[in-house]
Design a protein around this ligand. Structure first.
Ligand SMILES: Cc1ncc(COP(=O)(O)O)c(C=O)c1O
Length: 406
């Protein structure tokens, strides 16, 4: 049997469809964000990064950097074990307390990433509930989908943000049956918001638990940066809030916050929590500092909003098609995988602007896009230059007939 041919075929299929992933090798330097250095064949060139999830540039905030450096000097680089076997540092316990307070919950538990937090918590929660139906928004993230798959329970997928569809599905089940509704507050690829208020109402009416992914909202929205649920004063109505420390907070790790019993049950049964090395205490300490900082400082959030408004103004002036849902994410629509990659290449090779093309399966085929996340440190001149470069790249690829992929 020729194993190697099988792998090659699978890769060739991706290449043929224009969705083979090329990772850009970049070096970020303190003080230069959002500028960075692109390395190709050992040659470095300057670029501006427009697609970072370090939404507020917190990974380069001096306070946070110093906190990390000092914490590493004081506590070393590793937790030295799983939470159960010698890795339960005071720093991670303090981080969990901070997260619980942030979301107005009794408890929080920390995982190695937002992905692991979702997959592990959801599969464990559903397995514990056992005879349960899960209702999941069709645009939920892969980590949610895989958590649901792993649990093997009955699932119902409702059309994105379609409350009528959700209600039509949920009302078929007896009121006493266990139910969980899982959705997101900011959908990362379209930049639109989940309808938290109405989903909460349906959950109350049909006696369902709610699980809200706030990964793209924590640090970004709400008075203390707790997310959209805080902004809408709905934190108390959500049973489980999930988030990440790896995006607006500029560090790494994921978590859920919820009641004492739910957190304790997941802590006790979730493989992805139990059988893995705990977050290094220095990282936990730094994440706590970042949360505390963004609880008080609105400066970065306000500046970020201004830059988003400026970008949209420039794009509109040049008739560049983008989705506008009033969030911090601005997807410029290309709607073809090959053209999307070509425009991205023109931007970086000819102008030094880096925006990663987003293709299937991250987004549906035919909706390929350049997902722009303007940050507080992008200048108006950078935004103007990017718009000119985008216009040029769209014009240059305008007369090419691109193959459509089903
Ligand atoms: C909606 C959503 N949930 C969870 C995650 C995973 O979070 P992390 O990057 O911390 O693993 C992502 C990743 O981008 C995401 O978009």
């Amino acid at each position: 049997m020729n194993y190697s041919e099988t792998f090659k075929e699978s890769i060739n299929k991706l290449k043929f469809e224009g969705r083979y992933r090329h990772f850009k090798e970049i070096e970020r330097r303190v003080g230069l964000h959002p500028k960075a250095s692109l390395r190709v064949n050992s040659i470095n060139s300057d670029i501006i990064v427009w697609c970072s999830n370090d939404y507020l540039g917190m990974s380069q905030n001096n306070l946070i950097i110093n906190s990390m450096v000092n914490a590493v000097k004081n506590m070393g680089t590793s937790s030295g074990g799983t939470r159960n076997i010698s890795g339960n540092s005071s720093a991670i316990v303090d981080l969990e307390k901070e997260l619980a307070v942030l979301h107005g919950k009794e408890k929080a538990i920390v995982f190695s990433s937002g992905y692991v937090a979702n997959e592990s918590s959801i599969s464990t929660l559903l397995r514990i509930l056992n005879d349960v139906v899960v209702f999941s928004d069709e645009k939920n993230h892969a980590s949610i989908i895989n958590g649901i798959k792993k649990s093997n329970v009955t699932k119902e997928i409702f059309r994105h943000n379609d409350l009528n569809h959700l209600e039509n599905l949920i009302k078929n089940y007896p009121i006493e049956k266990h139910k969980v509704i899982i959705f997101e507050s900011v959908y990362s690829m379209d930049g639109d918001f989940g309808d938290i208020e109405n989903i909460v109402n349906i959950a109350k009416k049909y006696n369902a638990l709610t699980y809200l992914d706030e990964v793209h909202a924590v640090g970004m929205y709400g008075n203390t940066g707790a997310g959209i649920a805080e902004m809408m004063n709905l934190q108390n109505s959500i049973d489980i809030i999930q988030g990440t420390l790896g995006k607006a907070y500029g560090t790494m790790g994921g978590y859920i916050s919820s009641s004492q019993e739910i957190c304790d049950a997941i802590r006790s049964y979730a493989s992805g929590f139990i059988f893995t090395t705990a977050l290094p205490p220095a990282l936990a300490k730094t994440a706590t500092e970042s949360i505390k900082y963004l609880k008080k400082s609105n400066y970065e959030r306000i500046l970020q909003k201004q830059k988003t408004i400026t970008l949209k103004k420039y794009l509109s002036k040049e008739n560049i098609n983008y989705l506008d849902h009033n969030s911090h994410i601005v997807p410029v629509m290309v709607n073809n995988p090959i053209r999307c990659s070509e425009i991205s290449n023109i931007l970086i090779n000819d102008f030094g602007h880096y925006i990663q093309p987003i293709n299937y399966p991250t987004v549906p085929k035919g909706t390929e896009r350049l997902r722009i996340t303007p940050g507080p440190l992008h200048t108006d001149k950078m935004i103007s230059d990017l718009t000119i470069a985008l216009k040029h790249a769209f014009n240059k690829t305008d007369n090419i007939v691109y193959k459509k992929y089903a």
